[in-house]
Design a protein around this ligand. Structure first.
Ligand code: BV8
Length: 231
């Protein structure tokens, strides 16, 4: 009954039609990350940033969870030990695929945040610059997204789960962004078995004990079957 921590990235949602960040046609190819995913970018041009996330919220709403999301939900339901899905993704496909215990370390398109009082509420499909906070009425609503230079959410909970992990799996992430890319080193330090599931080795691929290459909709269900059969 292994305790399992799973880190997912954009690659797990790619086959649901949601663009990844670093592919040639990916999100960052079309936008300058400094303009749309930093606090400075939001101060410089809040409308550009709000539009960027409105477009991704609308696109995400029409995407469907795929067999990889559903397989992780099955693992969470059937594994005797703990299963924590830590996702870097801001879409809700893990939840719509049936997972109950998802930690969005980089925030979520479905949530709005008040930059004044830090109140959170369900984001409307279309946010506007200067939307009022329902709690303090300040015109300071922003996407509840962790931008570059901001501190990821629930790091204590993540580090605590990694300290108890028997298995750490990274699925569909390029290993470019920290602190997420450093989780494999943390898991290996405490002796967890580590596996990378991807189309190709990530920037930290060499730090994993094992690698399973192939599209997530094929590799993840097979990996979950093996885990649940105790292989
Ligand atoms: C922080 C929200 C301090 C926005 C995102 C120098 C060295 C080290 C670190 C830094 C440095 N300079 C600055 C930093 C820190 C910085 C950082 O890491 N920068 C990088 C670029 C060098 N990090 C930060 O600022 C973070 N905060 O450090 O605070 C701190 C930390 C800890 C404790 C206290 C204080 C905050 C980073 C969060 C930024 N926000 N997202 C949004 O979504 O719009 S990052 C964004 O890119 C995503 O959220 C995601 O997390 C990240 C990485 O993307 P991936 O998910 O990996 O996607 P990518 O496209 O890159 O890769 C896709 C993968 O899928 C590929 O491997 C591909 O092969 C695979 N794939 C594709 N298709 C499939 C597939 N796999 C399987 N099947 C398929 N079908």
């Amino acid at each position: 009954m292994p305790n399992i921590v799973i880190l997912t990235g954009a690659g797990i949602s790619a086959e649901s039609g949601i663009e990844t960040f670093r592919a040639e046609t990916g999100l960052w190819a079309q936008h300058n990350v400094e303009d749309v995913a930093t606090p400075e970018g939001f101060v410089r041009d809040p409308q550009l940033v709000v539009n960027f996330y409105n477009a991704r919220r609308a696109h995400g709403a029409s995407a469907l969870p795929n067999a990889a999301h559903e397989a992780l939900a099955r693992l969470e339901a059937e594994n005797d030990g703990e299963v924590l899905i830590v996702t870097q993704n801001v879409d809700d496909l893990h939840e719509r695929g049936g997972a109950q215990n998802v930690l969005h370390m980089h925030g979520s398109l479905g949530s709005a945040l008040c930059a004044s009082c830090e109140h959170r509420w369900p984001a409307p499909m279309e946010m506007n610059v200067g939307d009022a906070c329902p709690a303090c009425s300040a015109p300071s609503a922003r996407p509840d997204i962790v931008w570059f230079g901001e501190i990821p959410y629930q790091m204590d909970r993540i580090i605590d789960a990694l300290g108890r992990a028997d298995i750490f799996a990274a699925i569909g992430t390029s290993g470019n962004v920290y602190p997420a890319a450093g989780f494999v080193a943390e898991a290996a330090r405490i002796g967890a078995q580590t596996v990378e599931i991807n189309l190709e080795p990530s920037a930290v691929g060499s730090q994993f004990d094992n690698a399973i290459m192939g599209p997530a909709t094929q590799t993840v269900p097979a990996w979950v079957d093996d885990i649940l059969k105790g292989r």
